[in-house]
Every structure is written in structure tokens, then in C-alpha cells.
Ligand binder design. Structure first.
Ligand code: KG4
Ligand code: ZN
Length: 356
């Protein structure tokens, strides 16, 4: 279902203006970029409502997106100081995420692009997390190694170009962020768990023994389910025996075990693939301990580290616009048959005619 003719667009235009829209989880976000410069970046979150339920309730997320999306987009365009007519393309997350939540952003973006007669770009949320690094460091050029650690994915990737990457290793079970959230729950901390574990860990010591994480040369996979179960069992056993335990020490010991393996393997992957640069993406990359250890490890190995600001590690729309720019350069536009997808392959893209 085409609606405009975009065959003669100048795809190599110096600094296209891209509107990004993100609604895959509990953040309704819209941002405008001009080339790799962020002009505006707006977020409305339903996290405080979700916290009352101990996690994201999909129905509540969808309703909150529906209420917020028009105003958030309007604010992003207004704060960018541009008119609707100046937008070169509308990029929207089509997957992966909560289906009902994604549908709000996708439907809005389709209507918006159609009404303005602008190209529509379907963005893979994970590719968005990787593309956040281009906004932090506009001169960034592949090849580089990326550590991606979010609530749904944990992987180490090698990017050979802006659009092409190879998975060097990934989690065999839970994602790192998921482990943070589950451990937080057991410790009685509110959703989202990651930032709360980090806060508590600062008051604790790494004195509680944790199971060994998957290690070993040339092996970049991870497993978080054993670590998560060990922490849960420790807390439950202590409670059953009526013994007191220090929650801050549990948080610190867990955080250290969960993060050290990411840092170690990312640096090893960068060395093995002989790249000079490491980037990070995803909510867990907002963790202070990860940021400090990875900075130190990269400095020790002479690797340049691109560490996007924390707000561009967690879900945001500027990263969706940034990946939108990559797809714009390739002319990969979607039509009005675009649909949201709850689950897509880590490296999926939407090329003209469907998902690849
Ligand atoms: O990338 P993201 O915002 O959403 C997904 O695409 O999943 O990542 C969310 C995840 C959650 O599991 C959250 O607990 C974790 O990132 N997270 C953190 C921190 N901030 C967010 N984990 C550890 N430390 C943090 N400071
Ligand atoms: Zn995300």
C-alpha cells in the first residue's frame, strides 16, 4: 500500500531531519534529529503507574501510549524548532516489544507519514539501541564492537557497517536487565529493578559468593538464569532459617557478578576482532558500575569507548531516529501495510517489501 512516490528523494542529503517515535514498552517517546544532531527528545513514561503493579502491565502501557502519543510528538516537533513540512522521514519502532504498545506508535506514525506525505521507516528497537552511539559520537564509524544489554537482550556484536552486524555472542537464557529486575523483586525493590539495585549496591560489599558466570577464551555467550536462581535461593534460604542478611551486600555481589562478565567479554571480543572502538547500548549500559569498569578496561587496552549518556541507553526516541537515518540512507521505506511485531530476530530490518 504505497501512498507517495519517494523514488526521487535525495537519500544522500547532508543532514536529513528524522522524526523518531518509540512505544515498545512503557515509554512514549518522540525525538527529532538533523543528521546526527539531536534537536529534541521527549519522553512520557508510565513507569510510576507500572511500579504499583511490580512490572509493566501491557494494557496499561497501551492506554498510556494512546493518551500521550500525539502530545509527545507535537512537543518534539515544536521543541526542535521545525515545521511538520521540514521533516524528511518518520521512523517508528515496529518490534520487538509489547504488541499493543507497539501498535499505538506504528498506527500513529503511519497516519502521520500519510498525512504529511513523508516516507515511513520501520525500526528494529535493538538496532535503535546500537545506533544511539552515533548521536553521542557523530564521527563514529564502523567497524566497532557493541555491548548490547537491555531488559530483553544481551549480546556482543561486531558492526562492519552502519547497517550490517554479526552476533559474536548472546545470552543463552535470561537477559541481563531481566536478571536485575527479578533480583530486585526478591530484595523488595520497586520496578524498574536495575537503578534500584545500583542504588542499594553502593551501600553494600561484594562479600556473598556468586556462581561463576560463563567464561572462557573465544566464547562470548552468557547465562544469567543460574546467577538469578542462586541469588533468589540465597535470600529464600536465609528467610526460611530466620537468619538476617544484608540486602545491600546481595545487591553489590549480584551487580558485580552480572557486570564483570559483560565487561570482560566485550573487551576480549574487541581485541579478537581487532577493532579500535567499543560502543554500548541498552538500559543496563546506564549502570554506573558497568560504565566505570568498562571505561577502565577499555582505557587499559587502548580502546576508544563510546558511552552514550544514560538517557540514551534506556528507551528513547532519538535512538530510533538515529537508526531511521541509517535506513533512510539506504532508501528502506515501509508502506501502510506495516504492522507491529512482538518478537523479531535481533538483527531484523524492514526493507521495502517486508522484513529481512
Ligand atoms: O533498554 P531498556 O530501557 O528497555 C528494553 O529494551 O528492555 O532496558 C531496560 C532494562 C531493565 O531491565 C532495567 O532494569 C535495566 O535496563 N536498567 C538497569 C539500569 N537502568 C536500567 N540495569 C542496571 N543498572 C541500571 N542503572
Ligand atoms: Zn530498549
Amino acid at each position: 500500500m504505497g501512498y507517495g512516490n519517494f523514488d526521487n528523494l535525495n537519500l544522500q542529503k547532508e543532514a536529513p531531519i528524522i522524526l523518531g517515535i518509540e512505544s515498545s514498552c512503557d515509554e512514549t517517546a518522540a525525538a527529532v534529529i538533523c543528521g546526527r544532531k539531536i534537536l529534541s527528545d521527549e519522553i512520557a513514561s508510565s513507569a510510576s503507574t507500572q511500579a504499583l503493579f511490580g512490572g509493566v502491565v501491557p494494557e496499561i502501557a497501551s492506554r498510556a501510549h494512546t493518551e500521550a502519543v500525539a502530545a509527545v510528538v507535537e512537543r518534539a516537533v515544536k521543541n526542535a524548532g521545525i515545521s511538520f513540512a521540514e521533516i524528511d522521514a518518520v521512523a517508528v519502532t515496529y518490534g520487538a516489544g509489547l504488541l499493543g504498545a507497539l501498535l499505538v506508535g506504528v498506527s500513529f506514525a503511519k497516519a502521520f507519514a500519510y498525512a504529511l506525505n513523508k516516507p515511513l521507516i520501520a525500526v528494529n528497537h535493538i538496532r535503535g539501541h546500537i545506533a544511539a552511539a552515533y548521536l553521542d559520537e557523530p564521527s563514529l564509524k564502523p567497524p566497532f564492537v557493541t555491548l548490547l544489554a537491555s531488559g530483553g537482550h544481551t549480546a556482543i556484536l561486531h558492526a562492519s557497517s552502519e547497517a550490517d552486524f554479526r552476533i559474536l555472542g548472546a545470552t543463552l537464557d535470561d537477559a541481563a536487565g531481566e536478571a536485575f529486575d527479578k533480583v530486585a523483586r526478591v530484595l523488595g525493590l520497586k520496578y524498574p529493578g536495575g537503578p534500584n539495585i545500583q542504588r542499594l549496591a553502593k551501600e553494600g560489599k561484594t562479600v556473598i559468593p556468586m556462581p561463576k558466570m560463563l567464561k572462557g577464551g573465544g566464547e562470548y555467550n552468557f547465562s544469567y538464569s543460574g546467577l538469578k536462581t542462586a541469588v533468589i535461593n540465597y535470600c529464600h534460604t536465609m528467610e526460611q532459617k530466620g537468619l538476617a542478611y544484608n540486602k545491600a551486600d546481595v545487591a553489590a555481589s549480584f551487580q558485580c557478578a552480572a557486570i564483570d562478565v559483560l565487561v570482560e567479554k566485550t573487551v576480549a571480543a574487541a581485541k579478537e576482532t581487532k577493532v579500535n572502538t567499543v560502543t554500548v547500548g541498552g538500559g543496563v549500559a546506564a549502570n554506573d558500575y558497568l560504565r566505570e569498569s568498562l571505561s577502565a578496561a577499555c582505557a587499559a587496552e587502548g580502546l576508544k569507548l563510546v558511552l552514550p549518556e544514560k538517557r540514551y541507553c534506556t528507551d528513547n526516541a532519538a535512538m530510533i531516529a538515529s537508526e531511521g537515518l541509517v535506513q533512510y540512507r539506504l532508501g528502506n521505506f515501509a508502506d501502510l501495510s506495516l504492522n507491529a511485531k512482538a518478537s523479531i530476530p535481533l538483527s531484523a530490518t524492514w526493507k521495502t517489501g517486508g522484513e529481512k
